[in-house]
Design a protein around this ligand. Structure first.
Ligand SMILES: [Cu+2]
Length: 100
């Protein structure tokens, strides 16, 4: 009996990382860069619907970036694919690349 409990606890914990990982594999969102502010480490992006972030309608907004180097990859006017996350109300771009 005890072994069974240990085994089921183990499978429960083994399942957790897979779920945490899913959150980081959202689809990349489409957007257009409006402004890059390297000094403030912010980027303004006009983007389509982002249901994962509770933004069902297209909008233009300012994001912070996880890594300032992301701002070297794009410039105003670029069509991009990007990924962002909500860190306690602050939206952070975690990934961005120019769309082909
Ligand atoms: Cu938005």
């Amino acid at each position: 009996m005890r072994r069974m409990i240990v085994a089921s606890l183990f499978s429960l914990f083994a399942a957790l990382p897979a779920h945490a990982d899913d959150a980081h594999h959202q689809a990349l969102a489409d957007g257009v860069v409006r402004k890059v502010d390297k000094d403030a480490q912010k980027i303004t992006i006009r983007h389509g619907p982002l249901p994962d972030l509770d933004m069902p309608k297209p909008m233009t907004m300012v994001y912070r970036v996880r890594d300032p180097a992301l701002l070297d990859k794009v410039q105003a006017g670029d069509k991009v694919k990007f990924q962002a996350e909500n860190a306690g109300g602050v939206f952070i771009v975690t990934k961005i690349e120019r769309a082909q």
